[in-house]
Ligand binder design. Structure first.
Ligand code: ADP
Ligand code: ASP
Ligand code: MG
Length: 406
C-alpha cells in the first residue's frame, strides 16, 4: 500500500462528465489499495472569469478580497469531485485549505506555502477516505484565505505530496507529458520520457506553463517524484528526475517562450558610476522585477542606451516610476515596447558543449529575426525578439537542435 497524490487541472475537471472521468482515475488507485489525496483546480476558465470580476473594481483592488473571490473556483470542484467519488462507492470528503490547514505567508495573490499540518489529513487517509483538496489556496497568518499565484494548484499538489511523504505525485493535465516545446504551437514537439528537476525548473520559469515554477522548486527540494500525464489517455507521462537518472543527455531538452515580457529602452543615459543603481533601485522599491538587461557601450564616453525587460503587467508602473525621476536620471528618451517575446533554449548538456548559443543565433539570423537582448545562465540561453516572430523562431530552433519528431 502506498500514499499517492493526484492533481487534476482545469480542463480535466471542466464539466461534470470530466469530473466523473477523473474520479475513475482516482478509483483505480483506491482499488489498488492506496491512500489517495486528490488536488483539484477550478473548472477550466472559471479562475479567469473570477479575476475579470475583480478587475471590474479597478487596478487598485484589495488583495485579500481578490483572494476571497478567485480561490472560490477550487471550492466548487473539490465538492463536486467528492460527490463523483461517492457516486462510485468511494468514501470521499472535500477539504479547503483552512481545514487541513495549509499555512502560507501573507503575500496575497502570490502567497508561498510555509507549512502544512498533516495530523488530520493522515488520520483521514488512514480511514480509507479519499481527501479531495481545493488547490491554489492557503490560509495566511491572519486566518484569511490566500492564493498561490496562477497555476498554483501544481504547487498545492507537490507541497501536499512532500508533507504527506507520498510515493508519487501525478499531475493530470490536457497534454500527455512535458514536451520539447509547447505542443500547441510546435506540432513537431516531442514528448520527453524524463526531464531533470533543474531543466524543468528553467522551462517552467521561462514560460512553459505546464507546471508552476514553484511546484518544481519544491519537488526538487523535497525529492518528490512528479509525473506529468494526461487525464484523457493511458499513455505514460513525463517523469521529473535527478540528473543521474537521465542516461542519454540531450544538449537541448526544451525550448520555452514567454509573451509576458515588455522592453524599456532609456536613450542616452549618463555613462558614469551609480546610474544603474539610480534606475533599478526605485524599480525594485516599487516591487517591479527586472529580468534581462543590456547596456550598450557608449561611443563618446558620456552617454549610453540602457535596455531592460519587465513583465507586461508592470510596464505602465515602471514607465511611471522612471518618468517621475526623469530630471535626476537625465535620459533623452524613454521607449517602451510591449511587443516582444522571450525565447529560451534549456538543457543540462549545455554545460559540456561549446557553440550552443552560436547555433541559436545563426538559426535566428537565417530566418531574418533580429535579436534585441540576450541573457544566459549555466543551462539556458534566452533572447528577446519581436513578438510577431514567436512561431517562426520556435520552429526554427526546434529544427536546428534536432528536436522535431521524425
Ligand atoms: P492545467 O489546467 O491542467 O494545469 P495548464 O494549461 O496549466 O493545464 O498546462 C498545460 C498546458 O501547458 C498545455 O495545454 C500546453 O499548451 C502548455 N505547455 C507549455 N509548454 C509546454 C511543454 N513544454 N510541454 C507540455 N505542455 C506545455
Ligand atoms: N485555478 C487556478 C488558475 O487558473 C490554479 C490552477 O489552475 O492551478 O490559475
Ligand atoms: Mg496549470
Amino acid at each position: 500500500m502506498a500514499r499517492i497524490v493526484q492533481k487534476f487541472g482545469g480542463t480535466s475537471v471542466g464539466d461534470i462528465e470530466r469530473i466523473r472521468n477523473a474520479a475513475l482515475r482516482v478509483k483505480r488507485e483506491v482499488d489498488a489499495g492506496n491512500e489517495v489525496a486528490v488536488i483539484v483546480s477550478a473548472m477550466a476558465n472559471v479562475t479567469n472569469q473570477l479575476v475579470e470580476y475583480v478587475h471590474e473594481f479597478g487596478a487598485l483592488y484589495d488583495q485579500k478580497e481578490y483572494d476571497a473571490v478567485v480561490s472560490s473556483g477550487e471550492q466548487v470542484t473539490s465538492g463536486l469531485m467528492a460527490l463523483a467519488l461517492q457516486e462510485l462507492g468511494i468514501p470521499a470528503r472535500s477539504w479547503l485549505s483552512w481545514q487541513i490547514p495549509i499555512h502560507t505567508d501573507d503575500a496575497h495573490g502570490k502567497a508561498r506555502i510555509e507549512i502544512i499540518e498533516t495530523a488530520e489529513a493522515k488520520k483521514s487517509l488512514a480511514t480509507g477516505e479519499v481527501m479531495v483538496v481545493a488547490g491554489f489556496q492557503g490560509i495566511g497568518p491572519d486566518n484569511r484565505v490566500t492564493t498561490l499565484g496562477r497555476g498554483g494548484s501544481d504547487t498545492s499538489a507537490v507541497a501536499l505530496a512532500a508533507a504527506l511523504e507520498a510515493e508519487r505525485c501525478d499531475i493530470f493535465t490536457d497534454v500527455d507529458g512535458v514536451y520539447t516545446c509547447d505542443p500547441r504551437i510546435i506540432a513537431k514537439a516531442r514528448k520527453l520520457d524524463k526531464v531533470t528537476y533543474e531543466e524543468m525548473l528553467e522551462m517552467a520559469s521561462l514560460g512553459s506553463k505546464v507546471l508552476q515554477p514553484r511546484s518544481v522548486e519544491m519537488a526538487m527540494k523535497y525529492g518528490v517524484r512528479v509525473q506529468v500525464r494526461s487525464t484523457f489517455d493511458e499513455a505514460n507521462g513525463t517523469l521529473i528526475v535527478d540528473e543521474d537518472e537521465v542516461l542519454e543527455k540531450e544538449v537541448i531538452s526544451g525550448i520555452a517562450y514567454s509573451r509576458d515580457e515588455a522592453k524599456i529602452t532609456l536613450v542616452r543615459v549618463a555613462d558614469k558610476p551609480g546610474v544603474a543603481a539610480d534606475i533599478f533601485g526605485p524599480l525594485s522599491e516599487a516591487n517591479i522585477n527586472v529580468d534581462m538587461i543590456v547596456q550598450n557601450v557608449s561611443e563618446d564616453g558620456a552617454a549610453t542606451d540602457l535596455t531592460f525587460t519587465v513583465t507586461k503587467g508592470d510596464l505602465a508602473r515602471a514607465v511611471a516610476v522612471l518618468e517621475e525621476r526623469r530630471d535626476d536620471l537625465g535620459y533623452a528618451r524613454l521607449v517602451p515596447d510591449p511587443d516582444v517575446v522571450k525565447i529560451s533554449i534549456i538543457g543540462v548538456g549545455m554545460r559540456s558543449h561549446a557553440g550552443v548559443a552560436q547555433q541559436m543565433f545563426s538559426a535566428l539570423a537565417k530566418e531574418g529575426i533580429n535579436i534585441q537582448v540576450i541573457s544566459t545562465s549555466e543551462i539556458k540561453v534566452s533572447v528577446l525578439v519581436a513578438e510577431k516572430h514567436t512561431e517562426k523562431a520556435l520552429s526554427a530552433l526546434h529544427t536546428a537542435y534536432g528536436l522535431d519528431v521524425s
